[in-house]
Design a protein around this ligand. Structure first.
Ligand code: PHE
Length: 378
């Protein structure tokens, strides 16, 4: 049932009539709607569509309806860049929400910066999304989530202080900005806290057989294995690790968050810990209202992708509402002015790099699914 409603919702948003108050306001959305991490794109799209439908039903922006033009990047950087060009040059969108994975958001951000189109990624945590290789801020680019130097530190601290472990192995995808970045941030933080990294091993994006790497890792007998990758890869690695007789505690980041994780890894992911952006078990009323609203509509609890998609949509709406004029530069300026804005995943004020400073949670996979373990403040 929820699938049909999602499709209808998307169709409605695309066919939005311009009722009263002038032309529609066009906003682009880029996410992996198909491909290897498609649950990431689905969560973001569901939440963004819902937020803008509500806005439109309540009269839009000064009586103007907002049309979301969604584009699929298939989690491929080239597709993300092309989708950005199409939205900017052909559709003439005023701003873009997206993309989801850092490796797609980095080239998309470069494109938006050159074109002068404001962009907010709901979920991309790699620092390079808002900073160019020259070290300069891409000042048209924002994000709704924390960044990986923080996330890696939270994971390392949790391993050292809560799990009380001494040694860690790290396995990461060398072709994935997020995976490689988070691997390095974790390693540096873990060593900084007096831990020892006994293996630091990379694999390639299309690898599916990790037995050779796992044999190497097992020889070092690490207390924890840190796996900073997405659920599709982590699920496979977890299965193969247990088959290989590796008993170390598995640890990871937000990329673990997917309803598909337990389907891929089964029991082999039980006992694994990961850092994330929010917990649906958080008793704060704004979290509980959101979880209930999303569940009623889509038939499942919102994961972090859906929640950050929702938060990014609210931030975009706030920028549209407070912009002095509905033009890209003015929308960018309005976005930059946002302060203490109440999002479900926490209050948002952007720092000078376009990053909000927010807390993280640690969750654990168990037979119950995901369990809340701890909240870590910045
Ligand atoms: N942080 C990931 C990235 O930058 C994307 C992600 C966010 C995945 C939240 C899952 C949950 O690539």
């Amino acid at each position: 049932m929820h699938i049909i409603r999602t499709v209808l919702a998307a169709a409605t948003a695309l066919a939005m009539p311009s009722c009263g108050g002038g032309d529609v306001i066009k906003i682009g959305l880029i996410a992996p709607l198909t491909g290897d991490v498609k649950t990431f794109g689905e969560g973001v799209r569901n939440a963004v569509m819902m937020a803008f439908e509500e806005l439109n039903a309540a009269g839009g922006i000064n009586g103007r309806q907002v049309q979301i033009i969604a584009s699929d990047d298939k989690n491929d950087p080239m597709e993300a860049s092309n989708a950005g060009s199409k939205l900017i040059d052909m559709d003439a969108v005023l701003a873009i929400i997206g993309s989801v994975s850092s490796k797609c958001s980095v080239p998309l951000a470069d494109k938006c910066q050159v074109a002068g189109i404001p962009m907010i990624t709901p979920t991309s945590t790699n620092p390079k999304v808002t900073v160019g290789d020259d070290g300069k801020r891409k000042d048209f680019v924002f994000r709704a989530c924390f960044i990986d130097p923080f996330q890696g530190t939270v994971a390392a601290k949790f391993a050292r202080d809560s799990l009380k472990v001494g040694t860690a192995a790290v396995m990461y995808d060398v072709g994935n900005d997020y995976s490689k970045g988070l691997a390095e941030f974790f390693r540096d933080a873990f060593e900084g806290l007096g831990g020892r990294v006994v293996a630091f091993e990379s694999y390639a994006k299309d690898d599916v057989d990790f037995s050779a790497l796992l044999t190497k890792v097992k020889l070092q007998d690490p207390d924890v294995v840190f796996l900073p990758d997405y659920y599709n890869k982590v699920g496979l690695i977890a299965k193969q690790a247990r088959q290989a007789g590796l008993r170390s505690v598995l640890l990871g980041g937000d990329g673990w968050d997917s309803p598909e994780m337990v389907r891929i890894a089964g029991e082999d992911i039980h006992g694994g810990f990961f850092t994330n952006h929010y917990s649906p078990e958080d008793p704060r009323p704004e979290v509980q209202e959101w979880v209930e609203k999303y569940e009623t509509r889509y038939g499942q609890r919102p994961d972090a992708l859906a929640t950050l998609g929702h938060d990014a949509a609210l931030l975009m709406i706030e920028a549209l509402k407070t912009a002095t004029e509905l033009k890209p530069k003015e929308i960018r300026d309005a976005m930059a002015r946002i302060a203490d804005f109440p999002c479900v995943s926490g209050k948002v004020t952007f720092d000078e790099w376009g990053n909000p400073i927010k807390s993280a949670v640690v969750l654990k996979y168990s037979a119950r699914g995901q369990e809340y373990v701890a909240t870590v403040e910045p």
